[in-house]
Design a protein around this ligand. Structure first.
Ligand SMILES: [Mg+2]
Length: 179
């Protein structure tokens, strides 16, 4: 199986004092035409960089260890696909190096050309013919699920479990992704 994973809120937590809702509000806009993500201004980028330190952004160890353990025992191929913009490149690379992502993932795809995250992820999912893809962004998953009928999407969240669409399933842990 070919399985793709998002980065933020799957393997890295948002800062504890900033709720997901606020991050969503800063970045995501839902218009009548559909989804749109905003690239922050330079001033915002500097603020965001200040919060992108180890202290504020903790690795989600449980998920990292779980996947690393699976990688040792399974033949599935894992791909990291992050919509993070170019201004976070250095921080992103430091994180993936520190946590040895190259030993876990068979390929890593970064949105350093600052494309709209949902369009970027859609193109990579199609290119890799992924069987499964895991993300925490429900709106983005909803967009992708409708355009990739042969891929099963998993929404990792804190509360909901079960089928949302034929190919979109809510999970509170990574385990069901591999069932
Ligand atoms: Mg995410």
């Amino acid at each position: 199986m070919y399985i793709g994973f998002d980065l933020d809120q799957i393997f890295i937590q948002y800062p504890a004092y900033i709720s997901s809702k606020i991050v969503d509000r800063l970045y995501k806009q839902k218009t009548q035409e559909g989804l749109s993500y905003r690239i922050p201004s330079r001033a915002e980028q500097l603020f965001r960089l200040a919060t992108h330190t180890q202290t504020f952004r903790k690795p989600m160890k449980e998920n990292l260890l779980f996947l690393a353990e699976l990688k040792r025992n399974q033949r599935d191929s894992y791909y990291l696909i992050t919509g993070r913009f170019d201004f976070l490149k250095k921080r992103t690379e430091a994180f993936i190096k520190k946590h040895n992502f190259d030993t876990i993932f068979d390929g890593m795809y970064f949105n350093y050309k600052n494309e709209q995250p949902h369009l970027f992820k859609d193109s990579i999912i199609k290119k890799l013919h992924l069987d499964r893809y895991v993300d925490d962004d429900f709106d983005l998953l909803n967009y992708l699920a409708q355009r990739n009928a042969n891929t099963t999407f998993f929404w990792l969240n804190k509360r909901k479990e079960g089928k949302v669409l034929d190919n979109l399933i809510a999970v509170t842990k990574l385990q069901p992704v591999f069932d």
